[in-house]
Design a protein around this ligand. Structure first.
Ligand code: ADP
Ligand code: MG
Length: 232
């Protein structure tokens, strides 16, 4: 489990040519927190996540990850997107291994076990369902125990029941491993179901920053996941 501050965002602005997208954001995310960023399409959620990942640089301001200025994608940071982005010519276990710098087959088997796909290690991605492909993407993101997991609408393309299964899986894994997670979603109920803290972005600024941890206690370290859904 990690301690201290995972991410410090200080006066961060981002513009694309003349278009200001993020405006003087200030935000501190403690290590081990599960934060959801919600907001309408186009409000800058994915842009913020790309800045946090180091894939893109702010126009002004600074972002520190684990105390160090972010520049380029760090090994301890992993991303997951709406599409699984698996390599079709690699079998499942080989796709998962791409997430780590180690070539260890047992590591891939362990994370595949965690996401319930141990028996699919030698399967081709094309033979999996959409939900299974996202499980592989999650396994690839988790291999080697990252410190920071950045999730950009990871469940957005799944049907409602598969989405709930995946929410339960992500919560169960996070409860055990306590990495820092930043989830971008336009689905407020998903944000509340998963996160300790929900941040609403509006026109490039933080309009709301709500602690939902107290409102929805988690049942930690148990095989069961209880949802007390909050109506915002
Ligand atoms: P969200 O993820 O909340 O839907 P985005 O962060 O993707 O929003 O986009 C925010 C705004 O920034 C949009 O108006 C989008 O068109 C613009 N934008 C995002 N990336 C780029 C880019 N690389 N070049 C130009 N404009 C961009
Ligand atoms: Mg987006």
């Amino acid at each position: 489990m990690s301690t201290g501050t995972a991410l410090e965002i200080e006066g961060v602005s981002k513009s694309f040519q003349a278009l200001p997208v993020l405006k003087e954001l200030r935000l501190t995310i403690p290590a081990g927190q599960f934060v959801a960023i919600v907001g309408k399409s186009g409000c800058g959620k994915s842009t913020l996540l790309r800045l946090l990942s180091g894939l893109e640089q702010p126009s002004s301001g600074t972002i520190r990850s684990n105390g160090h200025p972010v520049s380029g994608l760090q090994a301890e940071t992993r991303l997951m997107f709406q599409d699984a982005r698996l390599l079709p010519w690699n079998k499942v276990a080989d796709n998962v291994r791409l997430g780590s710098r180690s070539n260890d087959r047992t590591l891939a088997a362990d994370v595949l076990e965690q996401v319930g796909l141990r028996d699919k290690a030698d399967e081709w991605p094309a033979n999996l369902s959409g939900g299974q492909r996202q499980r592989v993407a999650l396994a690839r993101a988790l291999i080697g125990q990252p410190r920071l997991l950045l999730l950009d609408e990871p469940l957005g393309a799944l049907d409602a029941l598969t989405r709930i299964e995946m929410q339960q899986l992500i919560e169960a894994i996070w409860t055990k491993q306590k990495f820092t997670a930043v989830l971008v979603t336009h689905d407020v109920s998903e944000a509340v179901a998963l996160a300790d803290r929900v941040i609403l972005l509006e026109q490039g600024r933080i309009a709301l920053d709500i602690d939902v941890q107290l409102a929805r206690p988690r049942v930690r370290d148990s095989g069961f996941i209880h949802y007390e859904k909050l109506i915002l």
